[in-house]
Design a protein around this ligand. Structure first.
Ligand SMILES: [Zn+2]
Length: 294
């Protein structure tokens, strides 16, 4: 399975692949069940901290077991990797996609660090004859994967600039680019995230098909905006917060409704179903159902 081919097919046919985060075995199981039921390719992701909790080798082993059991194209992605050491560990464990988030650096340093990651990964690909996706990030993406009141103020200078995007892609050699176009991490209860679709079209025009465009913060963006963003070139949409909320609310309800229940699989099974439902709804919006190429 070549992760670049999976995204290339999505780019050509104008749908998007969901990147869903997991930090426990049953959340991963729920994502895989949704992919299986809709026959979708899927990206399953862990942040550094999520990987620390599951165990980075254990996360990779679980995903490999699911690949074998389902024959689904499952890409395992390190989400917001911030240091070279963690990236090396993820690659050694068997991750086949790396998101390097150098957005906290100034532009020049982001280019330098991202290019260093790309060079390292191209070396690994050559040595082991494998294919690994590398994603870079440009622009200032606010928020965290949690429930917030208002959308944090997104300033015009936070948004990805089309000219800089092209320069960044050329100088770093990345496969995918995470853009900031009004999206933010987390969900917002008192206001709505608004995507600057005009900005996205300008970025797409500048970079063309040479890079896969990625939308982070896919939780809480109105469905129609997500669909329009896919029409304008987005091929990967990251979703985390909505899965976390579904998981937490289900467990809360189970513990409240059945205070004497102590069997973990009984407490957690409804949470698995709740997460699966959210993932299936997202896959419907992304249009990736039936696109599993195996
Ligand atoms: Zn993100």
């Amino acid at each position: 399975m070549d992760p670049k081919e999976i995204l290339k097919k999505a780019q050509d046919e104008k749908y998007a692949i969901g990147s869903f985060n997991f930090s426990t075995a049953e959340i991963l199981k729920a994502i895989v069940a949704a992919a299986k039921e809709t026959n979708s390719p899927a990206i399953v992701s862990t942040s550094q901290k999520e990987a620390d909790f599951v165990g980075i080798r254990e996360a990779a082993a679980l995903v490999e077991a699911w690949r074998q059991a389902t024959k689904l194209p499952l890409i395992l992605n390190l989400d917001h990797g911030k240091d070279q050491e963690e990236i090396r560990k993820a690659i050694a464990a068997g991750y086949n996609a790396i998101h390097f988030d150098g957005s906290s650096f100034d532009y020049k340093e982001n280019v330098r660090q991202t290019n260093k990651v790309v060079k390292y990964i191209r070396e690994v690909e050559k040595t082991f004859d494998c294919s690994i996706l590398v994603e870079g990030e440009l622009g200032y993406l606010r928020g965290s994967s949690a429930i917030n009141d208002h959308v944090l103020e997104i300033k015009p200078e936070d948004l990805t600039s089309p000219e800089q995007a092209l320069d960044f892609v050329e100088k770093t050699g990345i496969d995918s680019l995470a853009v900031v176009i009004g999206n933010a991490h987390g969900i917002f209860t008192k206001s709505e995230e608004k995507l600057d679709l005009e900005r996205l079209s300008q970025i797409k025009e500048a970079v063309g098909d040479r890079v896969f465009l990625v939308l982070h913060g896919g939780s809480g963006i109105p469905e129609n905006d997500v669909r329009k963003a896919i029409e304008s070139g987005i091929v990967k949409v990251n979703v985390n917060t909505e899965l976390r909320i579904a998981y937490k609310e289900s467990i809360e309800k189970e513990l409240k409704d059945k205070p004497k229940e102590t069997t973990p699989y009984k407490i957690l099974s409804p949470a698995l179903d709740a997460v699966k439902k959210v993932v299936k709804e997202k896959m419907e919006v992304l249009g990736c159902g039936g696109k599993s190429i195996n």
